[in-house]
Write a protein that binds this ligand. Structure first.
Ligand SMILES: *[C@@H]1O[C@H](CO)[C@@H](O)[C@H](O)[C@H]1NC(C)=O
Ligand SMILES: *[C@@H]1O[C@H](CO)[C@@H](O)[C@H](O)[C@H]1NC(C)=O
Ligand SMILES: *[C@@H]1O[C@H](CO)[C@@H](O)[C@H](O)[C@H]1NC(C)=O
Length: 427
């Protein structure tokens, strides 16, 4: 978990009590899960002769677990190592009907890998699919749900991502909760990541969010992310346009999931990388990287680990701390005009007159050259605390802007396809 203080924990337990009964009651994912997953970067590469360092194999996950620790990501809060699709044999075991990990690529089965991941202090996640087949065509859980839930527990899985390919969409609202009950019945706590709203929305059906948050710790709302700014922007637009109906359902133990972080791959520039990291944190998104941790450039690693201007030690002002804020309130796009957007999230500390602090991201979707000057009064930014706010740059902790009150103007310059990101601490 991201560094906790006892005050932090106390507030946490209080929140737990307040939220009891509203969400899935397995005690997990009280802040958005953080970790690493194979899909976006490594897809379904299975030819280990041709791509020895990239194929979906025990070696890939061992190496990334080790890198998560040795490269400092674990210290920053990244915790889960998650196997996505393409880890299975094409057939179940003919006698026991159990799922079997690919015998060439996972020659020892999954237990030794899980042991290694646990031994170095991390947690182990695994992908499956609610339908007859996974999206890449390997066997799905539908006819063997109880057996598979128990198999996951036997393999010491801590996190299950259940996809929805090759399934009957109208069965999902019943079937996903049923699989959740079977996971629970094993007695092993497992984070449960659901995909049923993404499939329902794709088919033009409205997901039942009340049911979702009772049965899942997180859920994919919409399309898969691809390695481009365009894909990031489409996801931002989905979350912006649909925020009235999806934002209220996020909270400790139950999160909307806009999909993986692209940072460290091919598609995003330095500024665009800061943009995805900032907006995902405003959205209280799971921070699940999908990249080759051996080759992430230092300046991108600094964004992922909040080491930008590492001289300042107060972690409370940093980007990951926004994502992991203990209130668990998802932020919203509050302004969108002339390709300029403002995204804002209420966070701690909350002061005595019940005024929140805020993390505010200024986004430029413009590409017309020079950094774009943005001017708003704090009132326009929905910042109404009369005592004002102390403002700190979340990406440059030497940049302390001082105190602003509701009538004051706030001025920032944003690079093309970039972001500036500030914490407004209520006074
Ligand atoms: C298991 O069954 C499948 C199809 O039912 C068959 O293709 C495969 O050869 C069998 N495997 C073994 C080891 O008997
Ligand atoms: C999907 O499930 C519904 C309800 O159980 C059923 O009426 C329908 O025929 C099913 N469709 C398919 C393609 O299996
Ligand atoms: C199973 O569900 C019960 C009731 O919601 C909960 O108290 C318990 O912690 C859950 N156990 C696991 C292993 O998820």
């Amino acid at each position: 978990m991201y560094r906790t203080s006892s005050v932090f924990l106390g507030t946490f337990l209080l929140l737990l009590l307040l939220h009891g009964g509203m969400g899935l009651d397995n005690g997990l994912a009280l802040t958005p899960p953080m970790g690493w997953m194979s899909w976006e970067r490594f897809r379904c590469l299975t030819d280990c002769k041709l791509y020895p360092n990239e194929c979906i194999s025990e070696e890939l996950f061992r190496r990334h677990a080790d890198l998560l620790v040795s490269e400092g990501y674990a210290d920053a809060g990244y915790e889960y190592i998650i196997i996505d699709d393409c880890w299975l044999e094409k057939n179940r075991d003919n006698k026991t009907k159990k799922l079997v990990a690919d015998k060439k690529r996972f020659p020892n089965g999954l237990n030794p890998l899980a042991d290694h991941i646990h031994n170095i202090g991390l947690k182990f996640g695994l992908y499956q699919d609610y339908g007859t087949n996974t999206c890449a065509g390997f066997p799905g859980v539908i006819k063997h749900m109880q057996l598979d839930a128990q198999t996951f527990a036997d393999w010491d899985v801590d996190y299950v991502k259940l996809d929805g390919c090759y399934a009957n969409i109208s069965d999902m609202a019943v079937g996903y909760p049923e699989f959740g009950r079977l996971l629970n019945a094993t007695g092993r706590p497992m984070v449960y990541s659901c995909s049923w709203p993404a499939y329902q929305e794709d088919a033009g059906e409205m997901p039942d969010y009340t049911s979702l948050k009772q049965h899942c710790n997180l859920w994919r709302n919409w399309d898969d992310i691809d390695d481009s700014l365009e894909s990031v922007a489409q996801i931002m637009d989905y979350f912006g346009k649909n925020q009235d109906r999806i934002q209220p359902h996020a909270g400790p133990g139950h999160w909307n999931d806009p999909d993986m972080l692209l940072l460290g791959n091919y598609g995003l520039s330095y500024d665009q990388s800061k943009l995805q990291m900032a907006i995902w944190s405003v959205m209280a998104a799971p921070l699940i990287m999908s990249n080759d941790l051996a080759v992430v450039r230092p300046e991108i690693k600094d964004i992922l680990q909040n080491r930008v201007c590492s001289a300042f030690e107060d972690l409370k002002i940093k980007v990951i701390a926004v994502d992991q804020d203990e209130l668990g309130i998802q932020g919203r796009r509050i302004l969108s005009k002339n390709q300029i957007e403002v995204w804002s999230r209420p966070i701690t500390p909350v002061v005595s007159n019940n005024q929140h602090s805020y993390a505010v991201a200024f986004v430029s979707r413009r590409a017309d050259g020079a950094p774009y000057r943005i001017v708003f009064t704090l009132k326009e930014l929905e910042l109404h605390n009369t005592a004002g706010y102390d403002v700190q740059d979340l990406y440059d902790d030497k940049n302390h802007l001082g105190v602003f009150r509701p009538a004051n103007q706030f001025i920032t310059r944003v690079n093309p396809n970039g972001v500036t990101f500030y914490k407004f601490t209520a006074l």
